[in-house]
Design a protein around this ligand. Structure first.
Ligand code: FAD
Length: 414
């Protein structure tokens, strides 16, 4: 059977599943029969924009990627609000929680991940929330609109975006972060201090180097009324949000006997241990790496879409990702390693008065990592130079001032 006649079934109508669908549909040799299933009731939406939406910076409608009628117009069957519970690989069928049975020729798992929950006493109490999907966002928005106190556990990207969103809606918010500085996976201590100073000035309470010991229960032992830190500090809260990380959704794949480790294991063409089943996005694991940002997922979708349309694409390869924080009025941009090694030359520019900071890590004249806070306009240029492996030794003295100062020096030696 040609790929044109095969029934392609995609499980998960999130960012990866939807991107794959759009990419396949743009292909001249797309499979004729396509079904996409998702357990969320909404049609595909932009999960990234949950943060600005929670912060009140945009309308719910702006999140929608496609409406129902689009799927029909593309000849795609959309099954929303149904969860796939089992895959029979022998018969090539899957079953949903509503008893539906569906046959496939090619199956793609794009089941994403879920919020990790801190394993401390009280973690099964009510009143502990995640920030992962529309339902979470709606719940947090309505809690925040009622005012009161919130504690957000986790001072990474997601925790800070949730905390700022809830603060902007009127809550008094504390952030509890285990590491000694905020966003410790992306920022060095100087940039993180600048960020913490700005967030504190806006009214957030920030506790770094703070270890969560337990959730505090109410008198009935039903609801969390706050958190207890390992130094004995208790922070009271009407609502607790756990944003400490994500766990890939692998249960469906595991039950079907596919190879999994942290995620569903795939090769460089996104094929799982079953040649008829692929996986991409946050549910998959490639060469020991799992995912939490969309940039690599977009590249996975390109590779997989080409394969599903009968082509032989270039294999997927890992490459660095740049990070931004979606908090209005705060600009930061970072990529690469945080801690310099003895092989790195460190270039730093710091203008505390204007709130500007840049730190570049160079290895043999090539940018290996960057942290920018304040004026981040040159971030993408540094990132492109790093990806291209450009030797910037000739413009080293102007490098911290960005592309407009550094490029002419490079052109002189070219
Ligand atoms: C608030 C927030 C802000 C973010 N901001 C950024 C950002 O600024 N930049 C960035 O790069 N990334 C950001 N991310 C991460 C980004 O959203 C994810 O990397 C991306 O959504 C992963 O896509 P995915 O399809 O793998 O998973 P998801 O988007 O989670 O989609 C998986 C879908 O599969 C469904 N599903 C799971 N199991 C089943 C099943 N058995 N049956 C049917 N359906 C199932 C899930 O309900 C979900 O709808 C953010 C994430 C959040 C939560």
């Amino acid at each position: 059977m040609s790929t044109y006649d095969e029934h392609l079934v995609i499980v998960g109508n999130g960012m990866a599943g939807h991107r794959l669908l759009e990419t396949v549909l743009a292909h001249p040799h797309r499979p004729r029969h396509i079904t996409i299933l998702g357990d969320e009731p909404a049609t595909a939406y932009n999960r990234i924009l949950l943060s600005p939406w929670l912060a009140g910076d945009m309308d719910r409608e702006a999140l929608t990627l496609r409406h129902n009628d689009w799927y029909a117009a593309q000849g795609v069957s959309l099954i929303a609000g149904e969860r796939v519970t089992a895959i029979d690989r022998q018969c090539r069928t899957l079953t949903t929680d509503q008893g539906r049975r569906l046959a496939y020729d090619r199956l793609v798992l794009a089941t994403g991940s879920r919020a990790a929950r801190p394993a401390v006493p009280g973690s099964d109490l009510d009143g502990i929330h995640a920030f992962r999907d529309l339902e979470d966002g709606e719940r947090l928005a309505s809690l925040a609109d009622a005012g009161g106190r919130a504690v957000v556990i986790g001072g990474g990207l997601l925790g800070l975006e949730a905390a700022e969103g809830m603060r902007k809606r009127g809550m008094t918010v504390s952030v509890v972060h285990r590491a000694m500085h905020l966003m410790n996976r992306q920022l060095d201590p100087t940039a993180a201090d600048m960020l913490a100073t700005e967030l504190r000035a806006r009214g957030l309470e920030i506790h770094t180097g703070a270890d969560l010991a337990a959730y505090a229960p109410d008198a009935d032992g039903q609801r969390a009324t706050g958190v207890v830190l390992s130094d004995g500090t208790t922070l009271a809260a009407d609502c607790v949000v756990a944003a400490i990380g994500i766990v890939p959704n692998t249960t469906l794949a595991e039950r079907a006997g596919l190879a999994t480790a942290r995620g569903i294991q795939v090769d460089a063409f996104m094929t799982t241990s079953d040649p008829n089943i692929s996986a991409l996005g946050e549910c998959c694991e490639f060469e020991g790496t799992t995912y939490g940002l969309v940039e690599p997922i977009w590249r996975q979708a390109e590779v997989l879409a080409a394969r599903l349309c009968g082509e032989t694409p270039a294999p997927y390869r890992e490459r660095p990702c740049a990070t931004k924080l979606k908090v209005s009025g705060i600009s930061l941009y970072a990529f690469g390693p945080i801690a310099p090694t003895s092989a790195h030359e460190v270039l730093t520019y710091h203008d505390p008065q204007h709130g500007d900071y840049r730190r570049l890590l160079l290895r043999d004249g090539v940018i290996d990592g960057a942290v920018l806070y304040g004026d981040t306009g040159d971030g993408p240029w540094y990132f492109q130079c790093a990806l291209a492996g450009d030797d910037l030794s000739a413009c080293r003295q102007a490098l911290l001032f960005g592309a407009s100062d550094a490029r002419p020096l490079l052109e002189e030696v070219a």
